[in-house]
Design a protein around this ligand. Sequence first.
Ligand code: FAD
Length: 349
Amino acid sequence: MKTDFLIIGGGAIGMSSAIALLEEGYNVVLIDRNATGAEASWAGGGILSPLCSWDYTVAVTDLSERSMRMFEKTAAQLFDDTGIDTEYQKCGMLLLPPFQSERASAWCSKHQVRLQNVSLDDLLPGMQGEGLFMPDISQVRNPRLLEALRRRVEMLGGRILEQHEALRFETSGDRICGLDTNQGKLVAGAYIVAAGAWSKVLLGEHALGMEVRPIRGQMLLFKFDVPPFPSILLQESVYFIPRKDGHVLVGSTLEDVGFDKSTTTEALEHLLKRVQALFPDWPSPVRHWAGLRPGSPDNIPTIGRHPHLANLYANCGHFRYGVTMSPASAELLLDAINGRPDPTYRWHA
Ligand SMILES: Cc1cc2nc3c(=O)[nH]c(=O)nc-3n(C[C@H](O)[C@H](O)[C@H](O)COP(=O)(O)OP(=O)(O)OC[C@H]3O[C@@H](n4cnc5c(N)ncnc54)[C@H](O)[C@@H]3O)c2cc1C
């Protein structure tokens, strides 16, 4: 059967793109050089929002807000279709001081996002001081989301080829005519690069002005019998994400160290220090991992068609918020394929 679209990369972005295309009736093959859902999308925290939206440009907040509005329905639909619970929950996010109260209030009132001044003791018994609470911020549990996305791709008839590493594109005139992989050549009507942090390297000379590079983030995992608090906590870029089963993720670091996914004692000590400052009685973490974010200038992803190659598209470079942005990015990709590109996320020549 003829392949309409060949997607390279089985993270949240590649699999959400596959679902959007399959639902439009296209024939889709998705390849990943390892297993799907095992890189940044797995390593991330699953907070469905920028950490402090007021620190970002409209390009980031518009795409995030559009996705955030979609996520509740997306998660419910995935549950209905696949039976997998992504653990989507509107748990809210509590900002602990210091924070930029006036900027946060101004941004939230302009964007009609609820923001409440709260006494910390109300949400974290025993903690003194004032906080800012954003009740509508939600989270998903990444491994579950990825499992559900994959199941949905398969249910819709998408073909997933794991252990297939894309090596290089073959061109003919203004078109891609094939993709060399470590398992042989694959041919499709069009090609979509959703290879996360590896997208620019894979594209080689075809990347043109696209700037995507790996930015490492390290995460610690703690385990309690019951969640120690119900909401995400954020204090000066370190966050605590309570899962329903008592796990709490604490992250993260932002490290420009190339394609190196190792964990380090420096990051462990830095994160532990921040944990102990707030919660001196916490036990030791049960796990420590790192992932590579697809870093891009100003956190603005590239979503759309190549400036010169008619059948090559990108959906990559979502940096810190690719899980959040995944459903709306898939919609924007579909718009671009249907001749309605959004110039904000265009592929720079
Ligand atoms: C520690 C950390 C915390 C984060 N927290 C959050 C958060 O709370 N909320 C949020 O929204 N985002 C968060 N993020 C960011 C988010 O995880 C990423 O933006 C998002 O996962 C990017 O998705 P992706 O599908 O583009 O990339 P990935 O998930 O990395 O997927 C890319 C896929 O492409 C495959 N691939 C690469 N090269 C090739 C090749 N040549 N051939 C075939 N396959 C290839 C890889 O194997 C991989 O499976 C976090 C990231 C990290 C690391």
